[in-house]
Design a protein around this ligand. Structure first.
Ligand code: NAP
Ligand code: GDP
Length: 323
């Protein structure tokens, strides 16, 4: 019998890569899909796995649908990736973010506890929980100081996961993942906004790229590498919390330069700073220390930022040329 997994957020960037990874490993892959007015399956199609995953209708705020999804899938591994995941939106819709990104983690934990408390559970936590962490490297012992309603909501999900592990002995793990990107990243996030603009500017379809704070630094990795860490966490005898990062920080400005250089353009000729894109509170710098993941999971990032940006620019050049 193949092992069965349920992925919430299967239509998102990480959900698609994780589904691909689990299918390769021989899992029966189920995914929770929220009802939307427009098509959300493009990522699964781009990876060529849409026919291979089993989609269950449901929504993170509807406990009954989560119970049904767990019963139907008979999942032994549950990956909770669903969220309102865009930081900027979380200031405009803080209550919705709190409900979907925060409270819903309690919904899925409760559903797992009721349907199959022995199932292994993964929570998609984030470096945004560290927030105002200073200039050092963040690891599993760094204090949290979130800087957005998104970060605050994720902190609830993180502690709910730790609490269900401690209260009920559930195999519940929290992956504190630093920013990870790919050609399947949403266009609202800065890396994809940049690589999409680079492709459009190169092909004569756009002139300028408007960005906010380009001095912010992020520890960017490749989503394809990071989903392996999620799987590894659930294969451990004991559950735990793990920082997943590259340990290298690059500013938005330098990432931009990398992307424009790739197609032989000077970013300074196209970049326009738009103060409207500054955030009410910023995280100036993030840099993770993935030593624990390396030591315990044997995980290490395989893709450099240069390779990642090259991959994203190539994909966007092809997409824009097809339009
Ligand atoms: P994403 O592309 O924004 O995907 C989010 C997923 O959640 C989508 O499938 C979305 O479905 C689903 N979703 C949203 N609201 C829902 C609801 N009410 N009910 C059911 N599903 C819902 O995010 P991602 O980049 O793959 O990230 C995956 C997870 O990791 C998220 O929890 C994110 O916050 C977290 N994380 C991401 C990063 C990163 O750098 N990517 C870093 C740390 C943590 P639709 O397609 O229908 O909207
Ligand atoms: P985040 O780290 O989860 O908020 O990921 P984002 O990709 O949305 O943002 C990364 C950094 O880029 C943040 O410090 C943003 O303030 C900065 N940034 C600067 N300009 C932009 C922009 O136009 N869009 C986005 N999304 N971020 C920007």
């Amino acid at each position: 019998m193949p092992r069965s997994a349920l992925i919430t957020g299967i239509t998102g960037q990480d959900g698609a890569y994780l589904a691909q990874l689990l299918l390769k490993k021989g899992y029966e892959v189920h995914g929770l899909m929220a009802r939307r007015g427009s098509d959300t399956l493009w990522r699964l199609r781009e990876l060529g796995i849409e026919p291979d995953v089993r989609l269950v209708n449901g929504d993170m705020i509807d406990l009954s649908s989560l119970i049904r999804a767990l019963e139907r899938s008979a999942a032994e591994e549950v990956y909770n990736l669903a969220a309102q995941s865009f930081v900027a939106t979380s200031w405009e819709q803080p209550l919705l973010t709190a409900q979907i990104t925060g409270m819903s983690v309690a919904n899925i934990l409760e559903a797992v506890r009721q349907v199959n408390p022995r199932a292994r559970f993964y929570q998609a936590s984030t470096s945004e929980m560290f927030g105002l962490a200073g200039t050092g490297r963040q690891d599993e012992n760094t204090p949290f100081h979130p800087r957005s309603p998104y970060g605050v909501s994720k902190l609830f999900g993180h502690w709910a996961t730790v609490n269900y592990r401690e209260s009920f002995g559930m195999h519940a793990s929290s992956g504190i993942l630093f920013n990870h990107e790919s050609p399947l990243r949403g266009r609202e996030f800065v890396t994809r906004k940049v690589t999409d603009a680079v492709a459009r500017i190169k092909l004569g379809k756009q002139k300028a790229l408007r960005l906010g704070n380009v001095d912010a630094g992020r520890d960017w990795g490749y989503a394809g590498d990071y989903v392996e860490a999620m799987w590894l966490m659930l294969q451990q005898t004991e559950p735990g919390d793990y920082v997943v990062a590259t340990g290298r920080t690059t500013t938005v400005r330098d990432m931009c330069k990398l992307a424009f250089d790739r197609v032989g353009l000077n970013y300074e000729d196209h970049l326009v700073i738009d103060p409207n894109l500054y955030r009410p509170a910023e995280i100036d710098m993030l840099r993770g220390d993935p030593s624990k993941a390396k030591a315990k999971l044997g995980w290490a990032p395989r893709t450099s930022l240069e390779e990642l940006i090259a991959m994203m620019v190539e994909a966007d050049l092809k997409r824009v040329a097809r339009e």
